[in-house]
Write a new protein. Structure first.
Length: 250
């Protein structure tokens, strides 16, 4: 399980989480038709530095070729920002990990560029709702199956595909720590999460099938195998005595 974090390390994650949330707040209005993924990545890179943080993806721990993952339409996660120019109606996801005072925080969100429609809005709102259903399931010590069950219930009710091959995880000293946090499960099953644990919960859903594929050229980009649209939401949370504290929100 996770290595225990000191109060100072938890506070560093709180501070880092606020920085990450601030970057996302300021990024959203820049996501407009006509801007390229690489332009957005360059802006994020400068903001991370300006806030005194480090782009974890660019460190030897990860060796990702950019400071942020930008995944568009059928791309789910880990997509390398490209010269692609965003179009009205695109569904685009952002996934960012930063290191601040030696500690990592991780968060993701999905939005429609310009004007959306019923199907796209349903995908995005339902996936986000499943994230908060999992967070609401934390009433103190909790098992990963309780979180997965909460996510699964929302996504099943929404008739969305659940990406089962990708999971949430512990986070803090490293970007990925034990335990894994699947986006499906049974209540009362799985690893026990105790007060002081910090985890990244990250449901991913599609409007089609659940099967995924990895881009063999860049080795990073994960997309839906059937080409259907996907959404991804994520927060880093701290398990407390009686609930959850979301570290990556303002």
């Amino acid at each position: 399980m996770q290595k225990l974090k000191t109060p100072a390390e938890i506070e560093a994650m709180r501070e880092g989480g606020k920085i990450l949330a601030t970057i996302y707040r300021d990024l959203r209005p820049r996501v407009q038709p006509g801007v390229s993924e690489k332009e957005l990545e360059a802006w994020v890179d400068k903001e991370i530095i300006r806030h005194g943080a480090t782009a974890t993806y660019k460190t030897p721990e990860v060796n990702f070729p950019a400071s942020i993952c930008i995944s568009t339409n059928e791309q789910i996660v880990h997509s390398v920002p490209s010269d692609y120019v965003l179009q009205d109606g695109d569904v685009v996801s952002f996934d960012l990990v930063i290191t601040y005072k030696g500690m990592k925080t991780d968060s993701a969100f999905t939005m429609v560029v310009g004007k959306g429609n019923g199907v796209k809005n349903h995908l995005i709102t339902s996936t986000e709702r499943s994230l908060y259903a999992a967070i609401d399931a934390v009433k103190g010590p909790v098992r990963t199956g309780d979180l997965g069950a909460a996510i699964e219930q929302v996504l099943k009710n929404a008739k969305l595909g659940i990406v089962r091959e990708l999971v949430g995880h512990g986070v803090g000293h490293s970007m990925h720590e034990p335990p894994e946090v699947p986006n499906y499960g049974k209540k009362g099953r799985g690893d026990l999460l105790a007060p002081g644990d910090t985890i990244a919960i990250e449901p991913m859903a599609t409007i089609g099938k659940e099967k995924i594929t990895v881009d063999h050229e860049d080795g990073w980009t994960i997309s839906t195998a059937d080409g259907s649209l996907a959404a991804h939401f994520e927060h880093t949370i701290l398990i407390t005595e009686n609930g959850a504290e979301i570290l990556t929100q303002l």
